[in-house]
Design a protein around this ligand. Structure first.
Ligand code: GRF
Length: 222
């Protein structure tokens, strides 16, 4: 597992493409406690996440695809930058580019992604629109590992949370309903990883074993 547990905060690097509300959720919760966000990168300079990072005094970088020969070359550059910041866990918080081996291979079991559906349903882009079009009554959010498996949103699930919406017809309204769930679930996943509470099941690589925080109650003094 890429993340260590213990008092030293987990060093987190975040990749984002959008407004960064999930990054903000990390900054408002686990940052400075179980985790320390030390680097935030985007694939375009207009990502609002960059401004949120700058306001928090966190180093930022932009890796536009146009500046690189191909995605693999770009991902190698991102990986070098993350390694230079001693990142232990890479969090994809609304990062819209697919990652390739030059990055995923450098962070085995240490890249996680948040996705606005109950995977394996509705992987890929426009997940909420897919779910609305399908007519589901239960929507949700998944945080999962991103493995170098050539898949899209196929990594082992870490945490999921369902949201029942009986008559959803507007993807934007569904997204608004899911946002608070995302902003609770991503920090929870990072917190669990920082505590060393997430392991891969050796009997089934698709499964994760999440150890609830069962700090044994102190026996009353006799
Ligand atoms: C979120 O809905 C997340 O689930 C998806 O991309 C969106 C990012 O939103 N992967 P934000 O940029 O964090 O506000």
């Amino acid at each position: 597992m890429g993340a260590a547990s213990g008092a030293v905060p987990l060093r987190v690097g975040v990749l984002a493409s959008g407004e960064g509300s999930n990054l903000q959720a990390l900054l408002d919760t686990v940052h400075g406690h179980e985790a320390l966000v030390v680097a935030v990168a985007a694939d375009k300079p207009t990502a609002g996440a960059l401004q949120r990072a700058r306001e928090a005094g966190i180093e930022t970088a932009v890796f536009p695809i146009g500046e690189f020969a191909d995605r693999g070359t770009r991902d190698a550059a991102i990986a070098d930058w993350l390694v230079a910041h001693d990142v232990q866990l890479v969090v994809l918080a609304g990062y819209m580019a697919l990652l390739t081996s030059p990055l995923l291979g450098r962070f085995p079991d240490a890249v996680v992604n948040i996705h606005p559906s109950l995977l394996p349903a509705f992987p890929g882009i426009r997940a909420i629109e897919q779910a609305v079009d399908y007519g589901v009554k239960v929507f949700g959010v998944t945080v999962h590992f991103v493995l170098d498996d050539g898949g899209v949103d196929t990594g082992p699930v870490i945490v999921q949370r369902a949201v029942t919406l009986d008559n959803a017809s507007d993807p934007a309204a569904v997204h608004e309903a899911l946002r608070p769930v995302e902003h609770a679930l991503l920090p929870e996943a990072v917190r669990l990883i920082a505590r060393g509470a997430v392991a891969r099941d050796p009997a089934n690589p698709r499964r994760t074993v999440v150890t609830a925080d069962e700090t044994p109650a102190q026996a009353p003094h006799a």
